[in-house]
Design a protein around this ligand. Structure first.
Ligand SMILES: NC(=O)c1ccc[n+]([C@@H]2O[C@H](COP(=O)([O-])OP(=O)(O)OC[C@H]3O[C@@H](n4cnc5c(N)ncnc54)[C@H](OP(=O)(O)O)[C@@H]3O)[C@@H](O)[C@H]2O)c1
Length: 334
């Protein structure tokens, strides 16, 4: 039984709650969507490929039907209801696309209860986006920052309009890989050095540390919203490793290495999603005791690295990001 079966189920015809997740068409995102949908949430899957997301919506509906067929008749008729699934176009490698996705979403919904910044890219070669950021920094940190900040007014309105339910949440998918950022590096660091297959990990670590800083700063500045970072576990069968496993010839070696590692230390995609679903739905998580925290495999609270915990560094990351966005003509209301 999936561990989140004990989390509350909603009847969307009486209690309509909306979630938005980036990259919900594959990996841990897919199973996060599946369980939010089974729990009665209206889920927007924001992705860059319409066809991939629509295919995943079809599969999600089939998987949900199969799971519902295992419910008792009482569960399926009076306790558990399916939510709904929609596609939202977003490409995190384009800040204009992020802003446009927010505008589209605001035209469709008046409330947002859960925002999950799940989409990510790992250990890619150094390459600049059209916005002038390294692809990993933008996908893993800058774009989730912008998306969250642009949706913040809607999340705050939701908190005001629904004072009696659990507060709106922002979940950021960090990674244990944030620990690779063992020192507070200047956010302008590109680590564009050789051997590239080593320095690429520092960019990943930098981005995932910045994401934890972001959640901690937001928790401090916007105490109406419950902000959390999550490491889902080592989940080796997602597409996150595909750059490496698709390399000619040595790709097969990487694939074998990842499979062996996963056999000993890994969790399945669905177990990885467990941590995210718990952070999204657990009613025992509160603003007073959990805001800004980091959760690891299985949704268990953990301490991130010393660099990620440091609030002076978090403030520096925040100021750097606001400044970078403003240089590109994007203002974030203070
Ligand atoms: N797997 C692990 O062991 C692990 C460990 C720690 C943390 N994480 C984090 O967990 C999150 C999910 O990873 P996963 O393992 O489930 O990987 P995944 O299967 O590769 O999923 C990543 C998702 O991000 C989307 N994405 C990537 N670039 C995007 C862009 N520019 N615009 C919009 N969407 C984009 C992908 O969309 P497409 O399908 O269109 O490519 C995909 O849906 C990531 O943030 C990752 O860093 C994973």
């Amino acid at each position: 039984m999936f561990e989140t079966d004990s989390l509350p189920y909603l009847n969307p015809s009486q209690d309509r709650r909306v979630a938005l997740i980036t990259g919900g068409n594959s990996g841990v995102g897919y199973y996060t969507v599946l369980h939010l949908y089974l729990h009665g949430y209206i889920v927007y899957i924001a992705g860059r490929s319409r066809s991939r997301v629509l295919n995943s919506i079809r599969e999600l509906k089939q998987d949900a039907t199969a799971i519902r067929s295992t419910y008792t008749s009482q569960q399926s008729s009076s306790e558990r209801f399916l939510g709904d699934l929609f596609y939202l176009e977003i490409d995190l490698s384009s800040l204009a696309s992020v802003i446009s996705a927010v505008e589209t979403f605001k035209n469709l919904e008046n409330h947002l209860h859960i925002l999950i910044n799940n989409a990510g890219a790992m250990a890619l070669p150094y390459s600049l986006t059209n916005d002038g950021f390294d692809i990993q920094i933008q996908t893993n940190f800058i774009a989730p920052f912008l998306l969250s900040m642009k949706l913040l007014p809607l999340l705050e309105k939701t908190a005001d309009d629904f004072p009696l339910i659990s507060p709106p949440r922002i979940i950021y998918l960090s990674s244990v890989g944030h620990q690779l950022c063992f020192h507070y590096f200047n956010m302008n660091s590109t680590f564009n050095y050789k051997p590239a297959f080593i320095f690429t990990w520092l960019r990943y670590g930098l981005a995932k540390t910045a994401g934890i800083h972001f959640m901690k700063m937001l928790a401090l500045r916007n105490p109406k919203i419950l902000c959390m970072s999550v490491h889902p576990g080592y989940v080796m069968n997602t597409n996150l490793f595909s750059y490496w496993t698709r390399l000619p010839i040595i790709g097969i070696l990487f694939w074998c290495l990842f499979q062996i590692f996963g056999y000993f230390f890994g969790v399945t995609n669905e177990e990885g999603a467990n941590a995210i679903v718990k952070c999204s739905l657990n009613p025992n998580l509160t603003l007073e005791k959990d805001n800004g925290k980091y959760f690891a495999t299985g949704g268990n609270e953990a301490l991130p690295s010393k660099v990620a915990q440091n609030m002076d560094f978090a403030a520096r990351t925040w100021i750097w990001t606001i400044h970078q966005l403003s240089e590109r003509g994007i203002t974030i209301p203070s």
